[in-house]
Design a protein around this ligand. Structure first.
Ligand code: SF4
Ligand code: SF4
Length: 384
């Protein structure tokens, strides 16, 4: 890797989260309001349209979990406990910068956690319909999108114009296409992009927009094209290829991806919400009803909280066909029931329909299962 030109320059040389934080701080210093968001269903186009900046608040550190467990049940998803613990300790730099927060009712734990943190910031909770193909679901969700717009306008004493929303939609579409293009470099064999770089790109793109972001993403595409042309690989030839699906990951749960590296394999795709998922799909441009266009696109995000969640399987099939993994690792955070139960169908899809080996990993943010994980990942790669 030492001979490679890094995808991010010195300004961005630190950890992905620090880089994202730098972006948020920079925007705040120029007067932008910071709106914390709990996940991928938050229609950030409205935040950009009001001149604000979104900050994703899902946390992946084991450190604040002890604090969270003073209030929350221990058998709760670590992502929720970590996010809550940081807020209680006032040590989440993203949350501390926020002027308001938006949450979506994706799962019960998060939904009830929103009630507990509502005392800290003005908060809007979007009621997410979880049967996305049922009659009336999109229209209902549009009301939540409109409600979020009204909340922002009232909280920050401004009007978010249709033309600003349209501009923001166009920028998102452009950005999302470029991120998708970058992730498609994962198809190269041997690999020319690492999982750390994919994670960096996704983390950067979530909190960035506008022409500078587009320019940065185009620069990354040029660098990756150069690597491809020069045959500069980041994995060994014949390294086993791994696609990661499941719950969002980051921080301490990156232990699973590091173990894949240690086994000499290469992660070729991140199919989850801290990878490609938030950048999939496009919002209709030039529509008569931009809020409806936004609602339609967001309701298509294939999270396990949805039923049926056919989009996840369509996306998995596309990813497997493009990236040609030898193994799919389905990473489920402890006590995340939706992803845990859906794993039954994911395993069947991966093994039977796609003919690829499959490993389900249920874990938290601690290090206590490192030995067991290493053995299981090593054995699954051996059999792939
Ligand atoms: S997996 Fe679902 S709940 Fe979690 S961040 Fe993604 S969309 Fe949100
Ligand atoms: S990982 Fe699962 S349980 Fe945890 S916040 Fe996301 S959807 Fe909820």
């Amino acid at each position: 890797m030492s001979h490679l030109t890094p995808l991010f320059n010195d300004e961005f040389i630190d950890l992905p989260l620090k880089r994202a934080l730098g972006q948020v701080v920079k925007r705040r210093e120029t007067g932008s309001k910071v709106v914390g968001a709990y996940c991928s269903y938050a229609p950030v186009e409205l935040v950009w349209a009001m001149g604000g900046v979104p900050a994703i608040l899902c946390a992946f550190s084991n450190a604040p979990i002890g604090k969270a467990e003073e209030t929350l049940p221990t058998n709760l998803c670590p992502l929720i406990k970590s996010s809550f613990g940081f807020i209680e300790l006032k040590t989440c730099p993203f949350f501390e910068l926020t002027d308001a927060v938006v949450g979506e009712t994706t799962c019960d734990g998060k939904k009830k956690m929103f009630e507990l943190i509502g005392k800290h910031r003005p908060m809007y909770v979007m009621d997410l319909p979880q049967c996305p193909t049922n009659k009336g679901a999109v229209a209902y969700w549009r009301q939540s999108v409109a409600g979020f717009k009204e909340f922002l306008e009232s909280e920050f004493h401004m009007t978010i114009t249709e033309s600003a929303i349209e501009k923001s939609i166009q920028e998102s579409n452009r950005k999302n296409s470029l991120v998708e293009e970058i992730f498609a470099f994962g198809a190269h064999d041997p690999s020319i992009i690492t999982w750390q770089e994919m994670y960096d790109v996704a983390t950067f793109a979530v909190v960035s927009n506008g022409s500078e972001t587009i320019a940065k993403l185009q620069e990354i595409i040029a660098l990756l094209t150069d690597r491809r042309e020069k045959g500069q690989y980041v994995s060994k030839e014949n390294a086993k290829r791994v696609l990661i699906t499941g719950c969002p990951i980051g921080g301490d749960v990156l232990k699973v991806l590091k173990l894949v590296d240690e086994e000499g394999a290469t992660v070729v795709g991140l199919d989850n919400c801290t990878g490609l998922k938030p950048f999939l799909g496009r919002i209709d441009e030039g529509s008569d009803d931009p809020l409806m266009a936004i609602a339609k696109r967001y309701l298509q995000i294939p999270c396990a909280c949805m039923t049926p969640n056919t989009g996840r399987f369509d996306q998995l099939k596309k990813q497997v066909s493009l990236l040609k993994p030898d193994l799919v690792i389905d990473l489920v955070l402890q006590a995340c029931h939706t992803f845990n139960v859906e794993a039954v169908k994911v395993e069947s899809c991966v093994r039977n329909d796609l003919g690829v080996n499959y490993l389900k990993v249920v874990t938290d943010f601690s290090t206590q299962d490192l030995g067991q994980l290493k053995t299981r990942i090593g054995a699954a790669l051996e059999m792939s």
